[in-house]
Write a protein that binds this ligand. Structure first.
Ligand code: HEM
Length: 391
């Protein structure tokens, strides 16, 4: 997609035949992500649109990624009290050893193998195991979330063809309803018998904002379960693919694990799992860059195009593992900036470091690998790697 993005940046605000707008330059996207007139609230989308339809059909409240202030801020704050700053550093850091154990265990399982699939053997099970442990969700139910996450992620993509669109909406609705039922049951169980997990803490929190209603609890915990799923998988896989294409960087990482810190930021810029944001709508006419985006318009923000904008990044098409001042948009920006960023960073740094240390002489089998369908989330479906063993 990257040559296409370079082409798009020549017209950084483009009106599409369906009336939506596509924005592709770094400074326009960052400015819009901080503009309160650009809403994430599904109910502000035009009547009949998928977003409005899915919002209206739901029995449970909307998760905070699809809400505006003040509801967004209140819910995000309640989760932050348990998870994020000032606790983030503490909680995420305290998980370091546990995460390392999960990673080592996954690699121990493929010890005698000479070919592995980075996706199925490693990148997929790792974040799922982590988020399940953190929330206190049984990991053996993972197959269920996998299917729900797929259907919900699919519903972020632009719709193509009427029949396929109708089926996609149906799948998204069914997935959300099953996820909500599943979370409701689990929350009731935790309320009766709290454990030492996030779900129990959220369910019993009596902070300054009061308790979460059971509906908010269901949609918030469902969001946490799903949001970090495929995104983290794709960053690990995109990362390993990029490293195998630049073996000298893989070698550097093997000798200098600290390189993982800037490297992960560069991967979020260079091969971001979330390529664009399809969930924004204007609540007023917005004048920007000499144009007016009318009220009620869906706006696509091309994060991955912004990440390669030469006006923001020197040598923007180059992969520079220790790039400085890397203000990429891989986690978004503004009030919806990725809530799981500290956890995702730690997971991916650890994953790439351990793969670099333990895979002996890894080589790509197929390049380019097969990609998963869909335009919003980008990452290989499989990434086959030949190895001489696992250390
Ligand atoms: C929001 C990317 C991992 C939870 C976002 C957004 C992006 C993003 C681009 C902004 C969406 C918007 O503006 O509408 C990523 C990437 C990840 C990752 C690339 C992995 C490499 C995670 C993890 C979690 C998580 C592990 C959960 C523990 C969330 C939540 C939001 C969010 C709850 C909504 C925040 C809000 O609306 O205030 N993420 N994410 N993410 N992410 Fe992540």
């Amino acid at each position: 997609p990257y040559p296409l993005y370079a082409e798009m940046r020549k017209t950084p605000i483009a009106r599409e035949p369906d009336g939506s707008y596509v924005v592709s330059s770094y400074h326009l996207i960052t400015s819009l992500l901080h503009d309160p007139r650009l809403s994430s609230d599904a109910r502000n989308f035009p009547a009949g649109s998928r977003q409005a339809q899915l919002a209206a059909a739901g029995k449970f409240p909307i998760p905070f990624i699809r809400l505006d202030p003040p509801d967004h801020d209140r819910l995000r704050r309640m989760v932050t009290r348990q998870f994020g700053p000032p606790h983030a550093a503490g909680l995420v850091d305290s998980m370091r050893q546990e995460l390392a154990d999960v990673v080592e265990d996954l690699l121990d399982r493929v010890r005698g193998h000479h070919q592995i699939d980075i996706v199925d053997d490693f990148a997929y099970p790792f974040p799922v195991t982590v988020i399940c442990r953190l929330l206190g969700v049984p990991a053996e139910d993972e197959q269920l979330f996998h299917a729900w996450a797929d259907a919900l992620v699919e519903s972020l993509d632009p719709e193509v063809g009427q029949e396929a669109a109708a089926q996609g909406r149906q799948r998204a609705l069914a997935a959300r309803s099953e996820l909500n039922q599943y979370m409701s049951k689990l929350i009731s169980a935790r309320q009766q018998q709290p454990g030492d997990d996030m779900l129990s803490r959220l369910a019993t929190d009596n902070g300054p904002d009061g308790r979460l209603t059971s509906g908010d609890l269901v949609s918030t915990s469902g969001l946490l379960l799903i949001a970090g799923h495929e995104t983290t998988v794709n960053l690990i896989t995109n990362g390993m693919l990029t490293l195998l294409r630049h073996p000298e960087v893989l070698e550097r990482l093997r000798h200098d694990p600290e390189l993982a810190i800037p490297l992960v930021e560069e991967l979020l810029r260079f091969e971001p799992p979330v390529q664009f944001n399809s969930q924004r709508v204007t609540t007023a006419d917005i004048q920007i860059d000499g144009q007016t985006i009318p009220k009620g318009t869906q706006v696509y923000l091309m994060l991955a195009a912004a990440n390669r904008d030469p006006e923001q990044f020197a040598d923007s098409e180059q992969f520079i593992p220790d790039r400085q001042n890397n203000e990429h948009l891989g986690f978004g920006s503004g009030i919806h900036y990725c809530f799981g960023a500290p956890l995702a960073r730690l997971e991916v740094q650890l994953a790439l470091n351990t793969l670099a240390q333990r895979l002996i002489n890894p080589r790509l089998v197929i390049d380019p690998p097969p990609y998963r369908p869909g335009a919003v989330l980008r990452g290989p479906r499989h990434l086959l790697v030949q190895i001489d063993g696992v250390a």
